[in-house]
Design a protein around this ligand. Structure first.
Ligand SMILES: *Cc1c(COP(=O)(O)O)cnc(C)c1O
Length: 421
């Protein structure tokens, strides 16, 4: 049902543009995905340590390494474990500092804490939302052992500049590409630029599995071999002999299973088509929003290919609603959007170091991440609904919603004024 841009806001009793909040329709499971999963079940080769013949995990590892153009890929239990094992394989541990962005999912820093190292937070860029070379350089000390740039929302960090800073200081670069399957930086796929990179296959990500999973990629054979050991109790597993149950290091049980690998391999067959469809759907959506006052749409800088995992819209609340506090203005705007059927959300309620679990471990003050705080305060996000290849019409409805809501900014200002007083 399309109320058109002139009808009354659903928030104040008008007809909503969409009948209800658009549901999540991701991941898309096809008959091919079902057949892939069933064939693993029928084979009874369910976990990754059976090596008599090539397993589904090995097949996925091979295809993803080829897709990125890297030497090695190791399947692990999830994207958080992927970061932990990458850190351990690079020798990061107690006494080391690891620089992570102040705006990302909590797992990026938790992985650092899990290996006994200390996360240090670098501020992000106000336009790309990723760590910058300057913010990284500002946080490097003689204890910095590694840097984890996060390609947040599907846009690569400025890898050339970050690698240069890291090289100068002898730090390892581990890309957290959990949100960036399909992204590119100067033609290089995200995950193929740093020393090592990690991906999540969690079902909300661009390349999903039917549950939880992760991948680590690297050109460094020794790092890859260590991760293979670490994911299975520190054992060396070889295809040409039975498992010996000898542990060479203290490892984990962090294996990916064959059902989940087969599902992802099947998804990978359609990945490029989905990526291309998403790019054209999102471009058509954003092209309708350029004229909305005080709104900054997410963008794709020259030389970057965005994977559009999450769409973040920055709003000039001070300009649109002068004198109203930002949280009130944001709340009213998001309620108005949601009432019309656009599921506006926030991505991260606070900068990462201000998470209750992490606060006491941090030696920095909020003066170190002013931009991350501003971005969180002044934006809303759209997640998952746009990931499916046929989400184009839905995104057009979202554009209708935004045009309608923006045509009623005066009403919102009155509501915000009332709420703020
Ligand atoms: C999802 C995500 C992770 C963690 O991946 P899981 O598979 O959920 O453990 C890490 N970093 C970022 C940026 C993510 O979005």
């Amino acid at each position: 049902m399309n109320g058109g841009p002139v009808g009354e806001l659903a928030l104040t009793g008008g007809e909503p543009v969409l009948g209800s909040l658009a549901p999540v329709d991701w991941p898309r499971t096809t008959d091919a995905d079902r057949a892939a999963v069933l064939s693993v079940l029928d084979s009874n080769v369910l976990v990754s340590d059976r090596t008599a013949e090539q397993t589904a995990v090995e097949r996925l590892e091979g295809s993803w390494a080829r897709y990125l153009g890297v030497r090695r890929c190791v399947g692990v239990s999830n994207g958080t474990t992927a970061i932990e094992l990458a850190l351990l394989a690079h020798g990061v541990g107690p006494g080391d500092e690891v620089v992570v962005p102040a705006l990302t999912f909590v797992a990026t820093a938790m992985a650092v804490v899990h290996v006994g190292a200390t996360p240090v937070y670098a501020d992000v860029d106000p336009v790309t939302f990723t760590m910058t070379a300057q913010s990284l350089a500002a946080e490097i000390t003689e204890r910095t052992k590694a840097v984890i740039p996060v390609h947040l929302h599907g846009l690569s960090a400025d890898m050339g500049a970050l690698m240069e800073v890291a090289r100068r200081h002898g730090c390892v670069v581990i890309e957290d590409a959990a949100q960036a399957q399909g992204a590119r930086y100067l033609g290089v796929p995200s995950g193929a630029y740093g020393n090592t990179a990690t991906f999540s296959l969690q079902m909300t990500k661009n390349l999903p599995t039917c549950g939880e999973g992760g991948l680590v990629v690297t050109d460094d054979e020794r790092v890859a071999d260590r991760i293979v050991q670490l994911r299975q109790f520190g054992e060396t597993i070889r295809a040409d002999r039975p498992r010996r149950y000898v542990s060479h290091r203290v490892g984990f049980n962090a294996k990916l299973n064959n059902v989940q690998a087969a599902y992802t391999s099947s998804q990978l067959e359609r990945f490029d088509a989905y990526h291309a469809a998403r790019r054209s759907n999102v471009a058509a959506f954003l092209s309708r929003l350029g004229h909305l006052e005080g709104l900054t749409c997410p963008s794709e800088p020259d030389g970057y290919e965005h994977a559009w995992h999450i769409l973040r819209f920055v709003v000039d609340f001070d300009g649109l609603f002068p004198g109203v506090d930002t949280a009130t203005a944001r709340g009213v705007l998001m309620r108005a959007l949601r009432a019309e059927g656009l599921p506006a959300t926030r991505y991260q309620m606070m900068p990462l170091p201000e998470q209750p679990a992490l606060r006491s471990l941090c030696r920095q003050t909020p003066a170190s991440w002013p931009v991350a705080q501003q971005v969180i305060d002044r934006s809303f996000t759209l997640q998952q609904r746009h990931l499916a290849p046929d989400a184009g019409p839905l995104l057009q409805s979202f554009a209708d919603v935004m045009e309608k809501v923006w045509a009623h900014l005066k009403v919102l200002e009155e509501l915000a004024d009332g709420a703020g007083r």
